[in-house]
Design a protein around this ligand. Structure first.
Ligand code: AMP
Length: 308
């Protein structure tokens, strides 16, 4: 009952610790028949990731299913000027964080294990969703995401795959892929986990210094302001205005986008829109990009509701 090579110094019983494998070869024989939930991550785990894991466990426990967490920093989804090399890699801490949460298996492959023949020649195109907002700012990002998500789905063969609402456009493109390509996994989306001050948890928050961290709060405030106006019956224009008021002319930040969009298509909704929508935002603070969003329902058309 010794400590594994990956997790050093844990005092929890071995039974509570997930098995950790690094290759597809090692993974395959450990996959049982029956239900399985997979949570795909890039590691540097925080409570947002652990919420997904808890949900996976909740879904699998009654049916005796397996819970698999993947940890892989996928080079395909990083642009040339992005933080692929610098992205935090903290596998021992990640395994420690997953210990005792009912995770059966951690699959943490190397780049060579995932892409043995080099970068894949055939990739999954995200279609129109890949060309707007995050896709417009990060060309190739969603192609890289979908390619690795499909590969991880093929390798882990889950009945359920869990994703965070934090990455709303990722959820939309993965939904589209699962629907268009007949992928046989059910998707479950877990709400955004926030710090007490409202900042959405992200592995990239660690790049912010204390002053930048304060500046960054403008983004969750913008999202919350828009949400409040929508809840009070405001129009699309009123929601947009309330959100923008929180970020406009703030020293130390620049806005990539802040918009009310269709939940599935990520096209801006018309000013006269009523019904479900999504308020999405992305800002830069120094060299750190932050994203946030909230599902909203627009009740009022122009002429009615507060701030209309
Ligand atoms: P990542 O490691 O950033 O690729 O994230 C792995 C999964 O965790 C994705 O489905 C994310 O949407 C989800 N996730 C990341 N941050 C949060 C958060 N603050 N709340 C909920 N889910 C999150």
């Amino acid at each position: 009952m010794g400590e594994s090579q990956v997790v050093v110094g844990l005092s929890v019983p071995d039974g509570a610790r997930p098995a950790v494998v690094h290759t597809y070869r090692e993974l395959l024989p450990l996959l049982r028949t029956g239900p399985r939930a997979v949570v795909m991550t890039m590691g540097a785990l925080h409570q947002g990731h652990l919420d997904l894991v808890a949900k996976a466990r909740e879904l699998m426990a009654p049916v005796g299913g397996q819970v698999v967490v993947t940890v892989f920093v996928n080079p395909l989804q990083f642009g040339p000027a992005e933080d692929y090399e610098a992205y935090p890699r903290t596998l021992p801490d990640d395994v420690a964080a997953l210990t005792g949460l009912g995770v059966d298996l951690v699959y943490a492959p190397s780049v060579v294990d995932m892409y043995p023949a080099g970068p894949p020649l055939v990739r999954v195109s995200p279609g129109p969703l890949g060309a707007v907002f995050e896709g417009a700012i990060r060309p190739g990002h969603f192609e890289g995401v979908l390619t690795v998500v499909l590969k991880l789905l093929q390798r882990t063969t889950p009945t359920v795959a869990l994703f965070g609402q934090k990455d709303a456009q990722q959820v939309a493109v993965v939904h589209q892929m699962v629907s268009d390509l007949d992928v046989g996994a059910r998707l479950v989306v877990v709400p955004i986990r926030r710090e007490p001050d409202g900042l959405a948890l992200s592995s990239r928050n660690r790049y912010l210094d204390p002053a930048q961290r304060q500046v960054a709060l403008a983004l969750p405030r913008a999202i919350a302001a828009g949400e409040a106006v929508a809840a009070a019956g405001g129009t699309v224009m009123a929601v947009r205005a309330a959100a923008w008021a929180e970020v406009a002319d703030r020293p130390g930040l620049s806005v990539d986008y802040l918009e009310v969009v269709d939940r599935a298509e990520f096209t801006p909704v018309l000013d006269a829109w009523t019904g479900p929508a999504l308020l999405i935002g992305a800002i830069r603070v120094g060299s750190t990009r932050l994203i946030d969003n909230a599902p909203i329902v627009i009740q009022a058309t122009s002429g009615g509701g507060p701030g209309a």
